[in-house]
Design a protein around this ligand. Structure first.
Ligand code: 13P
Ligand code: MG
Ligand code: MG
Length: 371
């Protein structure tokens, strides 16, 4: 069995929440190179999206293995020290606990992992995409993944025998603070039930998707932690990472990315408090635009039976995505022309986790009941 782990955290950034420093990224690469030399990992890639560093690792230890999670935590700690020494903004922001209990889930970083039989006859070759988002919440992939895995309008491949049987979705209640609260629903029969839950991207997120034709095959993993559910208050946006396996019995890459053409409005943007479009960007893009638009990058990889990664292909770096970037910027402007009012900002229940809560509480105290 082979495991792909993508573990991601915001641990400090240059000049505000733009991107990690070159020394931080170099440190992460050196530490993972060392882990390959020790035999803990087979291969790795380090990228960033906005101010989030993503460690992509292949190994033989299975999903959720303490050695791999502790390694990721140590790497983030070392990068945090560099961020501190360089005087960077929000050093160690996502490291919410002193130490993880063998798994970074619940401690701040986001993790998405898939373990599979690399020699299964239905998977002659292994291709996958890694989506990394910044300035948005873990429900940011709800629309896109629902569309890819339930709607032939976005994915004509769903009509093929290999995918017609549908998929099993595990949906997690992200507001539930103590342990995982989940429900399993299947497409195509329950695609409307999926829609009923997934429309609320602040509460419900997709944790995993499995094939129904090959039930042992997990096709999608998404990090679904909410930092405020861990910390009890706003600690930055949750900025999810997702792994999506592609080709053959799974969607093709062009099908998996097609809903991103919509630049859907998601929860995020400035102070994590707005409803703004998700802009596809090249990998290793700093956040510098007005409004702090939610961003998503996507890198395509192949992995050999031995676990060796190919060089990544920067999917959203291609100029065909330029018009979507312009559309996202325009959609952002349309929304923010109305400033803070109505749909432009997130519902009060979301803002209550942020420092806006204190401003609200002050005003609550000034209300008078006139009977
Ligand atoms: P990050 O979690 O990426 O630091 O987002 C901060 C924010 O809310 C931007 O205004
Ligand atoms: Mg940040
Ligand atoms: Mg971030």
């Amino acid at each position: 069995m082979l495991t792909i782990s993508a573990i991601k955290a915001d641990i400090g950034s240059v000049g505000g929440h733009t991107c990690p420093s070159p020394r931080m990224v170099e440190e992460a690469r050196a530490a993972l190179r060392d882990a390959v030399a020790r035999g803990l990992l087979v291969d790795f890639a380090v990228t960033y999206t906005g101010d989030d560093v993503c460690l992509l690792m292949t190994h033989r230890n299975g999903s959720g293995h303490p050695d791999v999670h502790n390694l990721a935590w140590d790497v983030f700690k070392r990068c945090t020290e560099i961020a501190r020494s360089e005087g960077l903004y929000a050093a160690g922001q996502d490291l919410l606990k002193d130490a993880p209990s063998g798994n970074v889930r619940g401690a701040g970083p986001g993790s998405a992992e898939i373990t599979f039989d690399e020699r299964a006859p239905e998977r002659r070759a292994e291709a996958f995409l890694v989506f990394t988002a910044d300035k948005c919440g873990p429900g940011a992939f709800n629309f896109s993944l629902w569309a890819v895995f339930t709607s032939p309008l976005y994915n004509g491949g769903l009509m093929l025998p290999a995918m017609k049987k549908g998929f099993k979705f595990r949906i997690i209640d992200m507001e539930h603070a103590h342990g995982d609260r989940v429900v399993d629903l299947v497409s195509p029969e329950e695609h409307v039930d999926l829609a009923i839950l997934l429309r609320d991207e602040n509460r419900f997120g997709i944790q995993s998707i499995h094939s129904r034709l090959h039930p042992g095959q997990q096709v999608v993993a998404v990090s679904t932690d909410r930092l405020h559910t861990i910390a009890g208050e706003y600690k930055g946006k949750d900025d999810p990472v997702a792994i999506v396996r592609t080709q053959g019995v799974f969607p093709a890459p062009e099908e998996a990315v097609s809903p991103f053409v919509v630049a859907p409005y998601v929860a995020g943007g400035a102070r994590g408090s707005h409803t703004m479009p998700l802009m596809p960007v090249p990998i290793n893009t700093p956040v510098t635009g007005p409004y702090c638009l939610p961003l998503v990058a996507c890198v395509a990889y192949s992995v050999s039976h031995e676990g060796k990664l190919s060089p990544g292909v920067d999917v959203f770096g291609n100029p065909v995505w330029d018009h979507v970037r312009l559309k996202a910027q325009e959609k952002g402007e349309w929304m923010r022309q109305q400033g803070f009012v109505g749909a432009a900002m997130l519902p009060m229940t979301e803002l209550e986790y942020s420092a806006f809560r204190r401003s609200l509480t002050e005003l609550e105290g000034r209300f008078r009941d006139l009977g």
